[in-house]
Design a protein around this ligand. Structure first.
Ligand code: FPP
Length: 239
């Protein structure tokens, strides 16, 4: 797999584990769902800020496969929020050149959620400013297992990589993950983009997701630009 050299400092593909909605709400005496609604506003802020920071692909962890275990009321509130977001943001995404796609399982989503996803994907497909990928019912381990099950004898690591990353064999590019951000103070991957994180830079902040904005994203990208990426080589080889 080709890895970019040290001189190439742009964080082209950034992923975010958006954590802290529940605590944000609880601290204000609000129901957790109010935290998720405020979290949707933070999503709008980072989507708006990303292209100006050189980010071409932004992958957001909206709902993990393990999140189905949350109370039913919270799960359905999240699903309603996704539908509302997708419907409400489609026109703005088209105007701003943002293409939206969803990664993860779709077979367990309600028809209304699937329909909202498909409509938003179709309407925004031509966007070239930012590729916004929302991970819904996503599991990194399940994705790797599915790719392993689909692998044919003789296929090498390049093909496997494309399968895990959900890329068509004949095209369809998602750049390698450069930077993974997690808000909310925890320092773990929580089954997100496990394969893609192999050489990603990690950036953690205590800021709760609903408080996250363009300035925080800028801080993370600046920190990323100051790091040395060597991909297992020594620095002289990497530059
Ligand atoms: C984790 O915080 C957050 C989630 C499980 C949901 C993420 C969803 C959003 C940010 C809503 C908007 C998203 C879109 C795409 C419109 P938590 O609830 O686990 O927080 P806690 O750790 O403080 O309890």
């Amino acid at each position: 797999m080709k890895q970019r050299c040290e001189r190439d400092k742009e964080a082209r593909h950034v992923a975010i584990i958006m954590d802290g909605n529940g605590r944000w709400a609880t601290r204000r005496g609000l129901p957790r769902t109010a935290g998720h609604r405020a979290g949707a506003d933070a999503v709008r802020r980072v989507v708006e800020a990303a292209p100006g920071l050189g980010i071409g692909t932004l992958t957001l962890y909206a709902f993990s496969s393990d999140n189905w275990q949350r109370p039913a009321g919270e799960v359905s509130a999240l699903m309603r929020l996704f539908v509302r977001y997708l419907r409400a943001e489609t026109a703005r995404c088209v105007a701003d050149g943002v293409s939206v796609s969803v990664i993860g399982r779709r077979d367990r989503l309600a028809d209304t959620v699937r329909a909202a996803i498909e409509a938003c994907e179709a309407a925004t497909a031509r966007g070239r400013q930012l590729n916004l990928r929302l991970a819904i019912d996503y599991s990194g381990r399940a994705t790797i297992l599915a790719a392993a099950a689909a692998t044919k004898p003789g296929e090498g690591v390049e093909e496997f990589d494309r399968r895990v990353r959900g890329l068509a064999p004949d095209g369809g590019e998602v750049p390698p993950l450069d930077l993974l951000i997690r808000t909310g103070g925890e320092q773990r991957l929580s089954d997100f983009l496990l394969w893609e994180c192999a050489y990603a830079e990690l950036w953690f902040t205590r800021v709760l997701w609903p408080d996250f904005g363009a300035a925080h994203l800028g801080d993370a990208v600046t920190d990323y630009r100051n790091r040395e990426r060597r991909f297992g080589r020594v620095l002289e080889q990497a530059v």
